[in-house]
Design a protein around this ligand. Structure first.
Ligand SMILES: Nc1ncnc2c1ncn2[C@@H]1O[C@H](COP(=O)(O)OP(=O)(O)O)[C@@H](O)[C@H]1O
Ligand SMILES: [Mg+2]
Length: 297
């Protein structure tokens, strides 16, 4: 009898711990997604900004953080002149939620500090403090998109490794592909459970983009025993450069241009990623718990 009471108590304790863990996990609801690339100039900033707007259009509350420290330019692409930037947060003079500006379609933007050399060489402590602040934005968004610089610098890798998910952008240029693979390799070495998506940008055709994606998928599988998921292809589109000149995101200035249509598809796929469905989180847990008790009656 005593033995049974003891077992029940253990079971209750165990359940209590599970509920606590689940609630803790539940408290963090925003998906934090870093956009990065091996090589520079492949279109990360344009992609991130237009993706953010596309997500807003899908009724997902989105925050875009310009974390290309040292060469921030979301503000330039948008024609914004922000009063405060991440630089003020790093100096400890502002909290991250005080520097948010509103962009198109209600997209929230955290501007980066343009051309400030100090930002490109942050020490570990300051980087960690920014990342902690980013996680504090949690309840205010469904998705947090972080636009980073290119390559394997410590700054970029910190953002890449801190995120739940990573979108890797590449063009069909051989150097961009090689550098993309270098980044993937580094990423999986540091974090074997990384969730990595691929987007091929500026391809001349779907066939060309598909070849790039297959190549990267195959080498990642063969040499790293890891998987990357392709989210789509954004073709080379002259509307992108035109929109940059006008300082109006292409998804707004040219909504039916092929780049805009593809960005919308990528946003829809991102929202649909099965791991983040309704059955996860607290509801899933409660369902499992009820099923568990049901079996015992
Ligand atoms: N799909 C595209 N088609 C044509 N040009 C593009 C496309 N995506 C980006 N570009 C151009 O590439 C250049 C670099 O883009 P940007 O977003 O600043 O790249 P990154 O942030 O990776 O440095 C810009 O001049 C932009 O107009
Ligand atoms: Mg950029």
């Amino acid at each position: 009898m005593q033995d049974q009471a003891y077992k029940l108590r253990l079971l209750a304790q165990d359940l209590h711990r599970q509920v606590e863990e689940e609630l803790k996990a539940r408290a963090r609801t925003a998906r934090v997604i870093t956009v990065t690339s091996g090589k520079g100039g492949v279109g990360k900033t344009n992609f991130s900004l237009n993706l953010g707007i596309a997500l807003q259009k899908l009724n997902k509350r989105t925050i875009l953080i310009d974390a290309d420290l040292g060469m921030a330019n979301v503000d330039v692409v948008l024609g914004l002149v922000p009063r405060y930037t991440l630089y003020d947060v790093i100096k400890g003079e502002k909290e991250i939620d005080e520097i948010i500006v509103e962009g198109p379609d209600g997209l929230k933007i955290i501007p980066g500090g343009s051309g400030i050399q100090e930002l490109a060489n942050l020490d570990r402590e300051r980087l960690e403090s920014i990342i902690t602040q980013i996680y504090r934005l949690d309840g205010e968004a469904d998705l947090i998109i972080i636009d980073t610089g290119a390559g394997l610098s410590q700054n970029v890798m910190s953002f890449v490794l801190a995120a739940d998910e990573v979108i890797l952008l590449t063009t069909p240029e051989p150097t961009a592909i090689t550098d993309a693979y270098g980044l993937v390799k580094n990423l999986f070495r540091h974090r074997p459970d990384s969730k990595v998506y691929l987007v091929v940008n500026m391809a001349e055709s779907d066939e060309e983009a598909e070849m790039v994606a297959r190549k990267l998928e195959i080498v990642t599988q063969k040499f790293l025993q890891a998987q990357i998921t392709c989210l789509g292809y954004i073709l080379n589109d002259p509307h992108v450069a035109r929109a940059v000149k006008m300082q109006v995101p292409f998804i707004i200035s040219y909504p039916s241009a092929r780049a805009s249509r593809r960005i919308k598809e990528v946003a829809a796929r991102l929202v649909d990623v099965p791991d983040y469905g309704e059955e996860k989180g607290l509801k899933g847990f409660l369902d499992r718990m009820l099923a568990f008790f049901g079996r015992r009656q």
